[in-house]
Design a binder for this molecule. Structure first.
Ligand SMILES: CC(C)(COP(=O)(O)OP(=O)(O)OC[C@H]1O[C@@H](n2cnc3c(N)ncnc32)[C@H](O)[C@@H]1OP(=O)(O)O)[C@@H](O)C(=O)NCCC(=O)NCCS
Length: 213
């Protein structure tokens, strides 16, 4: 990911879902009503987040969650968590590096491309999608890439604005060939800029977004 070269202070880490690992009591309290599998993915996310935070300079991180499920990163740090099919990823950085961070992990599978496209892709996005597909011949599901980018954008923005929005409310634009994107439209704060990058590895789609004022 070019992000590592551009912003080395932004750290990404991965972990597997796990039920054996011990959580901090504040984190554990978030899992009270979770099923076993949900708890396992929650723990995987915490393992990844804590690794990313340690890489970013925090000695002993705890990542609880607020009432809306948004992860609470330690004071002075920002970050985000995602999980899919037993794998978890997280991104973290000191608050001086970004106002908000978002991450999403998806699996590139072409189950029902037409209905996913109808849900996540706007008419404007549809117009440039062919250029992205031409640059990514291995991609099975272009909608999954758009979904990942938009969810990363959503997570990066929501932690700042606390404004929920849907796929139609946001518009993303990719730069074909560079595996980067930016949000051209989303509700919330006017002077917020959101950039992102993605990586395709095997069938995994990893997208990260970072907001700056
Ligand atoms: C927040 C949301 C995007 C998460 O996506 P998901 O596919 O369900 O799950 P993911 O694995 O990608 O991410 C889950 C993690 O996101 C984080 N999260 C949850 N709500 C969040 C929010 N509002 N803002 C930022 N991060 C959030 C949590 O860390 C969660 O993991 P945890 O509960 O184990 O800590 C989704 O639940 C949601 O609220 N969607 C509605 C809004 C939407 O999709 N709009 C369209 C985007 S343009």
């Amino acid at each position: 990911m070019k992000l590592r070269e551009r912003c080395p202070s932004i750290c990404v880490a991965a972990a597997l879902a796990s039920i054996g690992e011990q959580l901090d009591p504040l984190e554990d309290a978030c899992t009270t009503h979770m099923t076993l599998s949900r708890r396992a993915e929650f723990i995987g996310g915490r393992l990844a987040a804590k690794q990313a935070l340690r890489d970013a300079g925090h000695a002993n991180p705890v990542v609880a969650a607020d009432a809306q499920g948004v992860p609470i990163f330690p004071v002075g740090y920002v970050g985000s968590i995602a999980h899919k099919y037993g794998r978890a990823v997280a991104i973290a950085a000191r608050s001086s590096a970004a106002q908000g961070l978002g991450i999403d992990l998806e699996f590139d599978e072409n189950h029902d491309e037409a209905s996913l496209a109808a849900e996540v892709i706007t008419d404007v996005e549809q117009r440039w999608l062919a250029a992205v597909c031409a640059a990514e011949p291995m991609l099975l599901s272009p909608s999954t890439l758009v979904l990942a980018a938009k969810e990363a954008i959503y997570k990066a923005v929501f932690q700042i604005t606390r404004t929920a929005f849907d796929f139609d409310d946001a518009e993303v634009r990719f730069a074909p060939g560079s595996r980067s994107f930016r949000a051209v439209r989303f509700p919330g704060v006017e002077n917020l800029t959101v950039h992102g990058e993605y990586e395709l590895s095997g069938r995994w789609v990893l997208a990260v977004a970072f907001t700056t004022a």
